[in-house]
Design a protein. Sequence first.
Length: 293
Amino acid sequence: MATAATASTWALNEYVVDHVQIDDVTSFESEAGSSGTTLNTSNATSTSDSWSADGTTIKVSKIQSGSGDDTITYFVADLTLTDATVLRSAFANNEFGENIIENTSSIAADNDAVFAVNGDYYGFRDAGIVIRNGVIFRSEGARGGLAFFTDGHAELYDETATTAKKLLAGGVWNTLSFGPALIKDGAVLSGIDEIEIDTNFGNHSIQGQQPRTALGIVDTNHVVAVVVDGRDNGYSRGVTLPELAVIMQGLGAKTAYNLDGGGSSTMYFQGEVINRPSNGGERGTSDILYIGR
């Protein structure tokens, strides 16, 4: 009984109780000297599937394939950025730490976002380099990550082979720590259907047909974000990681990376969630990637 009680207390502390390390991220970033491009939206145009301002353009498409229980439904946001720092990150409740969650749409609204997708759910774990909006939040490397640079390109990298300080000095704007990497140099990577990102308590395999979120880099300052719905027979079954890689490759991605999926997979555009999260509604997450108005 004592062992069970100890395990229960540990699990609650590890995965449920908020561990706030920074309680005002906006002020922390400001003090650290983070600055990004702010769009002048006086010339913004908006339709049901596109938005643009100051040369940054967002084009959103809903794509369906297959039929019956083999139907796949996914959303593609084609992002052409005037400047790499237009694509920003934001944390749940404007706080940094573990187990802090908020719905993607709420974080987006808090940051006046026109577009957002869920991020890597950094708050589920205590390791993995976290650089957001040009500021270091976590320095301990653990896995293969994705780094966006201020010059508009992005690279897959090994977190354990570098440091957050070196990345920042090299011009990194945002890092993401989930995975696996799906595409490198335009080619689908092998073995992605056998990878587990975490083996810690409470984490399940990310394999099989699942809802997914992924980012792909087509060219300098040209990013595609994809959210695949799933666990909804007749509407969308979800996709495997190899299937996701093929989707990203078909969109022209030279580099692609898998983000947190399942019930977290959410795409927000012009004030509303446009996909169908598999929980029947949004599931809280620790962070988003977004473009502000």
